[in-house]
Design a protein around this ligand. Structure first.
Ligand code: SF4
Length: 511
């Protein structure tokens, strides 16, 4: 089941950080790591290795991880976000940001080999931060070191912590140190929480825009559908609790509100650095989320226990919401075998909801690591016979699809592509599943609708397959004036040349 389909072979490329754009996620990870360590970034990389453990594969297979930090910065009011990295990386990151509707400028401090090795890049960054630090416009400026500046040791930690009252947050987010874009969200959220916690300890801070909560509040950890916090708030209302802030926050002052909570709900369980800050502030943390019937019952119970809520109140909360969830789950069943994978960190929650809706889920793959906050969901799923794979590689996701032959594959872009090629209906996890409500009755209903519609498409796939046959496959691919012919002798010749080149490279390496 774990047989690799696409071998990942680390390339041996020249990786001198001073070569500027010549090094990046296409370069060897080890060389990048060594360069970064010898340039003074050992401590931060060591912390990332503990916070975001790797394996079975040790390089990101999804988008550039820095996108996670960038997105968190761009979604905050009165916050400027500046990238320091290779032009090609910045192009890709800004493109993706605007594709996802950033509607905000992304700052960029360019560099070349000379400014990188002479330390001028750091001076340029410092100048641009000073230029931008206008308290009329900003509460905070975030500077993100991408791969090359991190490997070269550009010392963002030496930037002033504050200029004209504007907070300066410098973070390293290299692809060779932070495995997924999900965890990169935590890098920035954790850095901001740490800053805000120090501010709280130093004296009075700004109240939330909506005023201080009169009830004890719960901080939600993880990006979720906008209606979900409101749904959770109404669920816990009989317990005398309310939802406070959601981290990553949309404004600096919400960080204070987030820290000023009774308990933290780690809806997404991979926010290790953020959890460290909450624990340092003495806040207890509860894993899992109120999804489906059993998930909601267990979560309400856990929140009630941690907050010392009397049993009658916990039961009142359960009686208020559970019958409605049960009714929706019964009215909108999902029938079919499903494999599911993604890199958002909410994969286990979605799988729970699918199973409670009646789906036959065989495999759940998450690019995120296993943490103690995902234990409850993992145990629940494994008890139902589901194979749960943390740090899942694309190869494992594809192998699961080949083994379980699902009626629907939910996954990342390459998984969906492979599924469609095999005439299996498929849905993108990020765009179509994680962008929906998951909590309460709304979550159960909305998921069933999209899943059942997709499974119902099998007949269309069969018709398309019957109509197109092998057109466009293998040697038939491309545009031809005549009938395409297979040329096995050309393939053999190309393979022979490649093998010869590999042998030559190996021989050179041994010299
Ligand atoms: S910053 Fe992102 S795109 Fe650029 S080299 Fe690193 S991982 Fe690749």
């Amino acid at each position: 089941m774990t047989k690799p389909i696409i071998p990942i072979v680390p390339e041996q490329l020249a990786t001198d950080p001073s070569k500027g754009d010549g090094m990046g996620c296409h370069a060897g990870e080890k060389q990048m790591m060594d360069a970064a360590k010898s340039a003074g970034k050992g401590e931060v990389l060591q912390r990332y290795a503990q916070d975001y453990p790797k394996g079975p594969h040790d390089q990101p297979q999804s988008m550039c991880p820095a996108f996670g930090s960038l997105r968190v910065g761009l979604r905050m009011r009165r916050t400027a976000t500046i990238l320091s990295g290779s032009a090609c990386c910045v192009y890709g990151l800004t493109f993706t940001s605007h594709f996802y509707g950033a509607r905000r400028s992304v700052g960029y401090v360019p560099f070349n080999s000379e400014t990188l090795v002479t330390g001028k890049l750091f001076e340029d960054i410092r100048d641009s931060v000073h230029e931008q630090a206008d308290p009329e416009k900003y509460d905070a400026i975030v500077i993100i070191n991408l791969c090359v500046p991190t490997a070269s040791g550009v010392p963002l930690q030496l930037l002033p912590k504050e200029i004209n009252g504007v907070r300066i947050i410098g973070i390293d987010v290299p692809g060779f140190g932070v495995p997924t874009h999900a965890e990169a969200k935590d890098v920035l959220a954790g850095a901001m929480l740490q800053y805000a916690r120090n501010e709280i300890m130093a004296g009075p801070v700004q109240a939330p825009r909506t005023g201080v909560q009169s009830k004890p509040s719960i901080t939600l950890l993880g990006e979720m559908f906008p209606a979900d916090p409101a749904v959770i708030s109404s669920m816990i209302e009989p317990m005398g609790l309310a939802v406070g802030a959601t981290v990553p926050t949309r404004e600096w002052r919400e960080l204070y509100q987030a820290l000023d909570c009774k308990v933290v709900a780690a809806i997404h369980p991979f926010y290790t650095a953020s959890i460290r800050e909450f624990e340092a502030a003495g806040r207890p943390v509860v894993g899992s989320a109120p999804v489906g019937y059993e998930g909601t019952a267990a979560w309400l119970e856990a929140i009630g226990q941690v907050t010392n809520t009397p049993h009658e109140k916990i039961n009142a909360a359960k009686h208020k919401i559970l019958p409605a969830i049960k009714a929706v789950l019964g009215a909108t069943p999902i029938k079919g075998r499903i494999t599911l994978s993604g890199y958002e960190g909410s994969e286990l929650l979605v799988a729970r909801l699918l199973i409670e809706s009646g789906a036959d889920v065989r495999y759940v793959g998450s690019a995120c690591p296993r943490t103690e906050w995902s234990n409850a969901d993992r145990e629940w799923l494994e008890a139902k016979g589901v194979h749960v794979q943390f740090r899942a590689s694309l190869e494992q996701d594809l192998a699961a699809m080949a083994e379980f032959k699902p009626d629907l594959a939910i996954g990342t872009t390459p998984v969906v592509q492979a599924a469609k090629q095999a005439s299996i209906p498929a849905l993108y996890f990020t765009n179509l599943i994680s962008a929906r409500p998951l909590m309460g009755p709304a979550g159960a209903g909305s998921l069933a609708q999209v899943i059942n519609a997709a499974i119902g498409n099998q007949v269309r796939f069969d018709e398309m397959k019957a109509f197109f046959g092998e057109v466009g496959a293998d040697h038939n691919a491309g545009v031809w004036e005549g009938v395409p012919k297979d040329r096995p002798e050309f393939k053999a010749e190309t393979r022979r040349k490649l093998e010869k080149a590999i042998k030559k490279r190996k021989a050179e390496e041994m010299i």
